[in-house]
Design a protein around this ligand. Structure first.
Ligand code: KIV
Length: 415
């Protein structure tokens, strides 16, 4: 199985906050600049955020969660700048303009700040949240279920009253919330005007089958759910964020919240590159679901986020790690030289990586006896050294016999 990613996507459906005309289209909501920035030590300047937001737009992200405006005047300014510039600038062939979103707790001060920051965008969104699990309501909020439902309903209605048409609501810690209570809260916020219902697995506790069932149950049991988009927000505490996100999409979620390089609170969030590439790679198995992300901009996004946050990507990170396309063992090298599909399920070019930047004897146009000879020499070197560097490979290929063929000039040919 595997091979190059298939990519022939219909154009991006028209944006209506609570409706996706094509049932297989999945919106990508990027929260690198909000949840991602909550990673310890990942604080970015307003300018760095703007630079990243521009690239997220180029990448084709549907919704950019640009920050948490009530958290500081600087954050409000950063979100506002993104709303003004990126939120009004069409990009790509389909003239896509991303939704710009600001996070707010369920209180008027936060919602005012979020709306003030995002309202300059062509498509502004306020995302408000309150916890619904017993442990959070009792110990953190010190509120009863009834109080929580009332606050949620009133604050969604408040955001609506400011003129915001696109409102996302998150029942924080939904993964550990009582099901019936969850359906009730969601029903009430839909009635109050919420257009997207985001289901966070805030502590990354659920297993994929469990999270998929949670989404399917919400879809089946929440009155009025047909008037809203269901979204996932999976933390990675058990290393399951990507798996849970895909399970959620398969079960009916049509918005997926992710971050570039999977950065975020504690063990991070579902990573954009893993979710998007897995969906492309296994599209058939996922029932034909697709996103509009231009995967060729993924490597650049990863590098920009690593550079601006100072959070380096571990070498074994799927898709964007330095080793993600490195084939170390002789058996793998041999297989790759004979057919790339033997050990490669994604083509590096599809994510914006050139073959010359991989480890391996790639980028040289050789075959037959030359290939056998170079592979024999490669194995000799590999036996002596644990790791073969790009320089070793260059040296290996630089013998006269392996020099690229001489390109004759026209004059020489005619002589
Ligand atoms: O993890 C979480 O619950 C969140 C919500 C605010 C969506 O970040």
């Amino acid at each position: 199985s595997g091979g190059a990613l298939k990519c022939s996507l219909p154009s991006r459906p028209q944006y209506i906050p609570n409706h996706i005309p094509d049932p297989n289209y999945v919106r990508i909501f990027d929260t690198t600049l909000r949840d991602g920035e909550q990673s310890p030590g990942a604080t970015m300047t307003s300018n760095e955020k703007l630079v990243i937001a521009r690239h997220l737009s180029r990448l084709g992200v549907d919704i950019i969660e640009a920050g948490f405006p009530a958290s500081s005047p600087d954050d409000l300014d950063a979100v506002r700048s993104i709303a003004i510039e990126v939120g009004n600038q069409p990009v790509g062939e389909d003239g896509h303009v991303p939704v710009i979103c600001g996070l707010a707790r369920c209180n008027k001060k936060d919602i005012d700040a979020a709306w003030e920051a995002v309202r300059h965008a062509k498509k502004p969104r306020v995302h408000t949240f309150i916890a619904t699990s017993e442990i959070h309501m009792q110990h953190k909020l010190r509120k009863t279920r009834e109080e929580v439902v009332n606050i949620a309903r009133e604050m969604v209605a408040y955001a609506r009253s400011l003129g915001c048409q696109d409102i996302e609501f998150s029942p924080e810690d939904a993964g550990r919330s009582d099901r019936e209570f969850l359906y009730h809260v969601l029903e009430e916020v839909i009635k109050a005007g919420a257009t997207t219902l985001n289901i966070p697995d805030t502590v990354g506790y659920t297993l994929p089958s469990e999270f998929g069932k949670l989404i399917a149950d919400i879809k089946a049991n929440t009155p009025g759910i047909e008037n809203a988009i269901i979204s996932t927000h999976c933390q990675n505490d058990l290393g399951l964020a990507t798996a849970n996100t895909l399970a959620g999409a398969y079960a009916g979620a049509r918005q997926l919240e992710v971050t570039v390089n999977g950065i975020g609170e504690r063990a991070g969030n579902a990573s954009l590159e893993e979710v998007v590439v897995a969906m492309k790679c296994r599209q058939e198995l996922l029932g034909g679901l697709y996103t509009r992300i231009n995967t060729k901009h993924i490597v650049m996004a990863s590098k920009m986020v690593a550079e601006h946050t100072g959070l380096h990507v571990q070498p074994h990170k799927a898709i964007v790690g330095a080793n993600a396309f490195a084939h170390e063992s002789g058996i793998h090298q041999d297989g790759m030289l004979k057919h790339k599909g033997t050990y490669e399920i994604i083509s590096p070019e599809d994510i914006g990586l050139s073959r010359s930047s991989e480890s391996g004897i790639f980028g040289y146009d050789i075959g037959g006896k030359e290939l056998d000879d170079v592979f024999k020499r490669f194995k000799e070197v590999a036996e002596k050294k644990k790791r073969i560097s790009d320089e070793d490979l260059e040296a290996l290929m630089s013998d006269e016999i392996f020099q690229p063929p001489v390109i004759w000039s026209l004059a020489e040919l005619q002589a």
